[in-house]
Design a protein. Structure first.
Length: 132
């Protein structure tokens, strides 16, 4: 809610668990470099996190969120963390969770998810990883 206020959105906000960052389980607090010393081929979008969330669990959450967003009208702003934002971008465009690794996000960037020619059956990315 505070992030919305900081960017100037003075509207009614809703907190939803669907936007909670990926549960990293045993990898919580570790950098990718530290994780790769334990598991050299690790990829969050392919492997998930031991004692945390798996890609299918996160996909279920993200797909549920996208379903809710599809029921709304007008513009909607959501705020979340990097890996989950990448998963949302991938699933919005019907890509697999594994393909989310190709959608990089910078800290404090913004993206716009939309529809091609306004058609709800054609989800598209209008803008990705834009930084001020």
């Amino acid at each position: 809610m505070r992030t919305g206020e900081l960017v100037g959105l003075n509207v009614i906000a809703e907190i939803t668990l669907e936007l909670t960052e990926w549960n990293y389980g045993d990898y919580e607090g570790k950098t990718p470099t530290e994780i790769h010393t334990i598991q050299p081929t690790w990829d969050i979008f392919q492997d998930g996190a031991p004692n945390g969330e798996s890609p299918p669990q996160v996909q279920l959450r993200v797909d549920r969120l996208i379903g809710r967003l599809g029921q709304l009208t007008g513009n909607v702003a959501i705020f979340t963390h990097g890996h989950l934002g990448r998963a949302i971008g991938a699933r919005w465009t019907k890509l697999t969770m594994g393909q989310a690794r190709h959608l990089l996000l910078s800290t404090a960037s913004h993206s716009i998810l939309s529809y091609e020619h306004g058609r709800m059956d054609r989800p598209a990315i209008e803008q990705w990883n834009a930084c001020a």
